[in-house]
Design a protein around this ligand. Sequence first.
Ligand code: ADP
Ligand code: GN1
Ligand code: MG
Length: 344
Amino acid sequence: MSAREYTREQLDAALASMGVTGQTDVARYGSGHINDTFKVETKSGVRYILQRVNTDIFPPDMLKSNVLRVTEHLAKKGIKSLVVKGYENPWRLYEFLEGYTSTDLVTNPAQAELVAGAFAKFQNDLADLPAPRLGEIIPKFHNTVDRLRLLDEAAAADVKGRKAKVAGELAFVDARREEAAKIVTMMERGEIPERITHNDTKINNVMLAPDGTNVVIDLDTTMPGSALYDFGDMVRTSSAAAAEDEKDLSKVYSKKEYFEALVKGYLAQAKFLTDAEKANLAFSGRLITLTIGIRFLTDYLAGDTYFRTAYDDHNLVRCRTQFKMVESMEEQSAEYEAIVRKYS
Ligand code: ADP
Ligand code: GN1
Ligand code: MG
């Protein structure tokens, strides 16, 4: 969908409901696809991040409870995390992480290593979250089999008459249906453990400071899941040579040296991994990239109702970059498997 518009009065009212007045500027911020994010400047110089949660996607009460539980747990352990200054559904206010920046693309292997370590540590830090189980905020979020079902439904309905245009992409998916069930099946059989995972381990969901410290943000999909999906999504975004919506596919591929840095950074921190998880790390990159590509394709067929888009074919462009990344990982599969073995 295209970006939602808010009047300054609406934004001021949301801020007032959370005790902030006297703001000098409230401006769109970041490149997230789901929530509406604003940077708030105030006279005193204190800055905030204001967000309107996308309630078409997230059940707001469960989300609030999850985010508060996670941030409070991390704070109690002295781990730097998002600081919630106000939460009045569907609006919330975070302290602005001063001195930290986010990037949409990794530019050197050291950065990839750092990001992988950050998400591994995040999983470890939440492993002792007291009961009850965190709410499953979007059920079957990374369930590739279910994502295939939704793609088939969208293709059958073809509400925008776009199916003919994506025959090649649908054939690409068809050729990979069998392997799509692998992790889901292993989890159902108990061969891969459930853990508390982030589930959206894009590079721009880690804020980085020049001194090498970092903060994991975007806690909205933190819920029960698999470490493999978290690692896989790091490979999707942090081994990529080009942006998620790069149109020139000759620039899109998975960089082996970034993949190696991710494996090194992840395995150095994720001491909790079982042999079955380690054995599927390289595969998880391909699988989650295919899954996100399927989601972009589904949204394209359904008329762009889920991901924020900036132009007509944006979701199709994103789908094509994902599938190009999958191909690149397939081509390097033997080398990627060898890299995982080297650090295991
Ligand atoms: P979305 O769910 O839409 O991806 P995010 O929570 O990831 O939204 O926020 C979007 C962007 O806003 C982030 O990539 C980051 O650049 C910036 N951002 C989010 N929270 C903060 C914060 N507390 N301080 C500074 N920048 C932030
Ligand atoms: C969305 O919110 P954002 O932009 O960090 C999406 C992820 C996708 C990602 C693709 C809740 O993440 O699952 O991997 O876009 N978040 C949700 O870039 O669907
Ligand atoms: Mg984000």
